[in-house]
Design a protein around this ligand. Structure first.
Ligand code: SF4
Length: 207
């Protein structure tokens, strides 16, 4: 870890409720067409948001965008719920994680520059009551983070490879975000020239 990463890490560990973290090598992160198939065939958000496929571009384009960065930082936060099978209750814990993700993103942007930071987070973007896709540019490209899975990354497999815990208890929701930093200026968007946001991970679903 270089000096800049060390500096960022010390600050965010002191200030943010992170459970676990790792610095995976962008060159060894796997990208899967299988998860994109799931997006396309099983997710109602497919084709409805700048944060999801097909707006984010092909899996190959997403992989190239991520691998153009020199480093990556994955972290998790957790939230306890009464009943993890209650989707409404589970999803209600998402925004706290998104706020942490936004603050950590800003910290990386201050160090590396906005154009050299690409953040992927949870679920499909819900910042606007109605997404502008595909008729107009994203209203908040700086705040909208593409879903990790939308890029073809299976976050459970990445977390496991990095020794991070996916299951933190029977009624504990575990959320992950992945931040790429440094390297070339590639922009955070897909084919559209804007950006995007993502999908949740629960300890119960293992998805
Ligand atoms: S910020 Fe608004 S326009 Fe942009 S992806 Fe999210 S919902 Fe769509």
């Amino acid at each position: 870890m270089d000096e800049r990463c060390e500096r960022i890490l010390q600050e965010i560990l002191a200030e943010e409720p992170i459970l676990e973290y790792a610095f995976p090598d962008p060159q060894t992160i796997g990208f899967s067409d299988r998860i994109r198939w799931v997006c396309e065939h099983e997710c109602p958000r497919y084709g409805t948001s700048w944060s999801c496929p097909p707006a984010v571009g092909s899996v190959q384009a997403c992989a190239a965008r991520c691998r153009a960065h020199e480093g990556a930082f994955i972290f998790s936060t957790v939230a306890e719920v009464q009943d993890i099978t209650n989707l409404e209750e589970t999803l209600a814990t998402r925004m706290a994680h998104e706020e942490v993700t936004a603050r950590i993103t800003e910290r990386f942007r201050r160090e590396y520059g906005k154009a050299r930071v690409l953040t992927l987070s949870t679920e499909s973007c819900s910042l606007c009551s109605r997404c502008t896709w595909p008729d107009a540019p994203c209203r908040h490209p700086d705040k909208m983070f593409p879903c990790v899975e939308s890029y073809g990354i299976v976050v459970s497999e990445l977390a496991e490879a990095e020794g991070m815990s996916f299951d933190n208890g029977p009624n504990v929701v575990t959320w992950f975000s992945l931040i790429f930093f440094g390297g070339e200026e590639t922009g955070a968007s897909g084919d559209t020239g804007t950006a995007a946001s993502g999908r949740k991970e629960t300890a119960a679903s293992g998805r």
